[in-house]
Write a new protein. Structure first.
Length: 416
């Protein structure tokens, strides 16, 4: 285990113990201060190679982002509103980050805002459109939206769910018809589903005049081109290899968007709080790099996911869910009858594979996936496998060699 630190930021000492690493920060006044222990949660360090197959939750920091982040920590610490030299330097970096994101996504620079997370970008984007609407307080949306969308609607509006098919896709005509109701003020449709990967027909939805469309692009930003037809969109940097704690909010020029939360006297009137300049710049660098690599990486990931889908389908009493073709390139979800999802995750973890199970944001509560339930597919015994940019064919082959035996053993434990 290696602790990566920036020498100019601070120096630390890591003392290896039986259970992990004890982190120490030296202090000229107080001496060595032990601030905590990094412990091993499962498995035995060094027991064998690990393959992380949960990049849909969070992608490791892209090398381009790491390099920029470390440099920006020294140059982007100041308040970008100030007129002194450090403040002007920070403002220049922030403006540069906004320009890079705009160019990479094909939008205007003044349409880009940085938030504290993808969830915050979702809340500000959706609720801002709802507040600016001259129609009703209802939001017509799919039943497979991320929890961030559903919570925002429940908090600030009234939900109108439009059913999806077994692939998890909402038909554009159904959503368009729902938007005709005079009480509907906003339409919300994700760009692609975060659990099963199905791409949604965002650009085909035709809401009436005065009804803007919000799209949650957190799962797809950087991996797929942005669709058309939206008035506001949200992205999350850690999903594409940027740092955690940085979201991207896009609001089209001319959209009737009003800040749904208390304002703040900052650089960007759409957001609040002190700007995370190093994080924004690193997020922009990662996004630019990921989009530049997208064609080659996506093609390789699609082939590997196709191999996983075909191999898993051979396991008895198994359902591979989501659209097999029109989908995110790196993601696949499978449901195994007579298998507990939590037990499957732990068993695969012991074999060196990190996967997700259950609702992407509710797995720790062991609640059934709302997405899979809305699709009408098996909700328990599911795993989501999502490949990283560096996942190899050999790693996928090793996973597929282990998976059938793990499923078989778990079913045997319950007498099957």
């Amino acid at each position: 285990m290696e602790l990566l630190t920036h020498e100019r930021a601070f120096r630390s000492r890591a003392d290896k113990t039986a259970s992990g690493y004890r982190i120490a920060l030296p202090s000229s006044r107080w001496g060595t201060q032990y601030v905590g222990t990094v412990t091993y949660l499962s498995g035995t360090p060094g027991a064998g190679p690990r393959t992380e197959l949960d990049t849909a939750s969070s992608e490791p920091l892209h090398p381009a982002a790491r390099e920029v982040l470390l440099a920006a920590l020294d140059q982007g610490y100041a308040d970008p509103r100030r007129l002194h030299h450090p403040g002007r330097s920070a403002r220049l970096l922030l403006d540069n980050a906004r320009a890079v994101v705009a160019e990479t996504l094909g939008v205007r620079t003044d349409e880009v805002s940085f938030t504290g997370s993808g969830t915050e970008a979702v809340h500000r984007g959706l609720l801002g459109l709802l507040r600016g609407s001259r129609r009703g307080r209802q939001v017509a949306h799919s039943p497979v939206e991320h929890a961030a969308v559903r919570h925002a609607v429940a908090w600030g509006g009234e939900p109108v769910e439009v059913p999806c098919d077994r692939a998890g896709r909402v038909h554009a005509d159904d959503l368009t018809r729902a938007a005709l109701a005079p009480e509907v003020g906003v339409v919300a449709l994700q760009t692609a589903n975060h659990e099963v990967g199905t791409v949604q027909p965002v650009g085909e939805v035709e809401p009436p005049d005065g009804v803007p469309l919000f799209t949650d692009a957190c799962a797809s930003m950087g991996r797929l081109p942005l669709p058309g037809g939206w008035a506001a969109a949200a992205g999350s940097a850690h999903k594409w290899g940027g740092p955690a704690g940085v979201g991207v909010l896009l609001v089209r020029k001319g959209a009737r968007w009003r800040n749904p939360f208390p304002g703040d006297d900052r650089v960007d009137e759409r957001v609040a709080g002190f700007e995370n300049v190093p994080g924004a710049l690193a997020a922009a660098a990662a996004l630019q790099a990921v989009v530049a690599e997208r064609e080659d990486v996506s093609a390789r990931q699609r082939l590997l996911v196709d191999r996983i889908r075909a191999a898993v389908a051979e396991i008895p009493d198994t359902e591979v869910v989501g659209d097999p073709v029109d989908r995110l390139p790196h993601l696949v979800t499978c449901s195994f009858l007579y298998v507990d999802g939590e037990a499957l995750v732990h068993a695969l973890d012991r074999h060196g594979f990190g996967v997700a199970s259950g609702s992407a944001c509710a797995a720790s509560t062991l609640e059934p996936s709302a997405v899979l339930a809305a699709m009408g597919v098996l909700t328990h015994g599911n795993v989501r496998v999502s490949l990283g940019r560096d996942t190899t064919e050999a790693e996928v082959d090793r996973f597929l060699a282990v998976l059938p035996g793990v499923v078989r053993d778990l079913r045997a434990e319950v007498g099957l």
